[in-house]
Design a protein around this ligand. Structure first.
Ligand SMILES: Cc1ncc(COP(=O)(O)O)c(C=O)c1O
Length: 477
């Protein structure tokens, strides 16, 4: 494709995206699609003829649009807000269009330095001190994995890098029972071994990690000859957005010289609002923090921020210096390949730069505040409705609910079946998408507010759909 052909095709694509975004609210949130339907709609053999852009877009209209979940829909209240602000989409396009090669500072100087600047802007916007330095990873899962590796190396006196981790004292990681599944995965892949992950039970009404239970678990490990290496504090745990007490966790972890990693994947966006920062009080004492602008804040995937107090902790473990990458500026510049796993990096900072510059911080903050207010409003409505209950505190934008009619009062299994049945019915209706999850071993439904276009009237409509299905599903379900 020549630049001139690209110009033509690009205009068509932009029009197509704009049309999709401006009309998606007229369609369903979820379409009926069965496993294999999409594969079956495509040729099993590679294309043998070239298509015009018009024909290519017709293929998207045929294969993708009618089958994908419309997470940009105002009635999408599923998993988490997966916003993809159009300003950041343009940044993504610009990044791809430039086609930079991010393997070293030298291979694309702006890729490194724009990232340094935008990540520092984000640091300022969430009120972290200038003691932090950061980078952009694809996901919080990657950031957490890197934190686990660095914690492992620090706890083992950097012996693990040279000699491997077998044979030394067992290194132990700690997280609450509300921690995201990326934590056990990182523990496993970083070589701690699943037996060396302590899940600290939360049983208080706020589902927060109990620092006393953490202290007891760490002391027991030390007594048994194991080495506490890392504690993960969840700021906005996945099911309920529960908030672990970061300050108290840091105090306990310091007693054992353990690394503290703050997983604020979801709640980091809230820290753009000064009035919400009390939720991660004590964060300055942590060693690393990750959060995802690609969730509620709305920068398109994959934009996950990762901050550390001391980048040397990363470089000491992750640096490589092959001859073919050496350059005269080595030692004078940041080499982000030494801060993570991949060598080749995308120009991800462009998405943040565009998002902040074209949408503006104030507009983003206004939207976040709108969602916080709407969540409190919805929680109040649920609580005021007979037989409905808000089952967890609502510190952010997620409202966890359960319909508990009297006929299920003594049969928790039947209530679970009923909850799953009505949630499935809501989703099958196409008019909203919500996510059930387990809390205290029982099913509830998460209403995760925060899609960019979701206004109060959309929530009124979703709430009426939810009530209709929950209250009309036969109790024998
Ligand atoms: C608290 C928390 N941590 C981590 C993650 C993982 O995020 P990512 O998809 O960026 O790896 C999520 C995703 O929902 C999350 O809610």
């Amino acid at each position: 494709m020549t630049p001139e052909e690209f110009r033509q095709a690009g205009h068509e694509l932009i029009d197509w995206i704009a049309n999709y975004r401006s009309t998606l609210a007229d369609g369903p949130v979820v379409h009926a699609v069965s496993p294999g339907d999409i594969r079956a709609s495509m040729s099993a053999t590679p294309p043998t003829e070239t298509l015009s852009m018009t024909a290519m877009l017709a293929e998207l209209d045929r294969v993708v649009v009618p089958t994908m979940m419309s997470v940009q829909h105002p009635n999408y209240l599923g998993f988490f807000p997966a916003n993809a602000s159009l300003a950041s989409v343009l940044g993504d396009l610009a990044s791809g269009g430039l086609g930079g090669l991010g393997i070293s500072w030298q291979s694309c100087p702006p890729l490194t330095e724009v990232e340094e600047v935008t990540v520092d802007w984000m640091r300022q916007l969430v009120g972290l001190s200038d003691a932090w330095r950061g980078t952009i990873h694809d996901t919080a899962s990657t950031a957490t994995f890197i934190a686990m590796v660095c914690a492992r190396e620090r706890a083992s006196g950097f012996s693990a890098r040279a000699g491997g981790i077998a044979g030394g004292a067992a290194l132990v990681a700690y997280a609450s029972d509300q921690a995201h599944s990326s934590i056990p995965k990182a523990v496993l892949v970083a070589g701690y071994g699943s037996d060396n992950l302590r899940i600290i039970k939360t049983d208080g009404p706020d589902y927060a990690l109990d620092p006393k239970a953490l202290d007891a678990a760490m002391a027991a490990d030390v007594a048994a000859g194991r080495t506490p290496a890392v504690v993960v504090a969840a700021v906005g745990a996945t099911a309920t957005t529960a908030m672990d007490p970061v300050r108290a966790i840091v105090e306990v972890a310091n007693k054992y010289d353990a690394w503290v990693h703050v997983d604020a994947a979801m709640a980091g966006s809230a820290m753009l609002l000064p009035e919400m920062r009390h939720l991660w009080d004590g964060v300055e004492g942590a060693d690393s923090v990750t959060w995802n602008p690609h969730k509620w804040m709305g920068t398109i995937l994959d934009t996950s921020l990762f901050y550390v107090r001391d980048p040397n902790e990363l470089v000491r473990v992750l640096a490589t210096d092959p001859s073919y990458l050496q350059s005269p500026v080595d030692g004078l510049v940041t080499q982000f390949r030494d801060w993570g796993l991949p060598l080749g990096r995308r120009f991800r900072a462009m998405k943040l730069w565009f998002h902040l510059s074209l949408d503006g911080v104030e507009a983003i903050q206004t939207r976040l505040r709108r969602d916080l207010i709407n969540a409190q409003w919805l929680a109040g409505l649920v609580e005021a409705t007979p037989h409905w209950r808000v089952v967890a505190p609502v510190p952010l934008q997620t409202v966890c609910v359960r319909y508990e009619p009297p006929e299920f009062a003594s049969d928790a299994d039947a209530l679970d079946r009923h909850t799953l049945t009505w949630a499935t019915a809501v989703n099958a209706s196409g008019s909203a998408f919500i996510s059930p999850a387990k809390l205290d071993g029982r099913w509830m439904v998460r209403l995760s507010i925060g899609a960019e276009p979701t206004e109060r009237h959309h929530l009124e409509s979703v709430w009426s759909t939810v009530r209709h299905h929950a209250e009309s599903v036969p109790s024998t379900a």
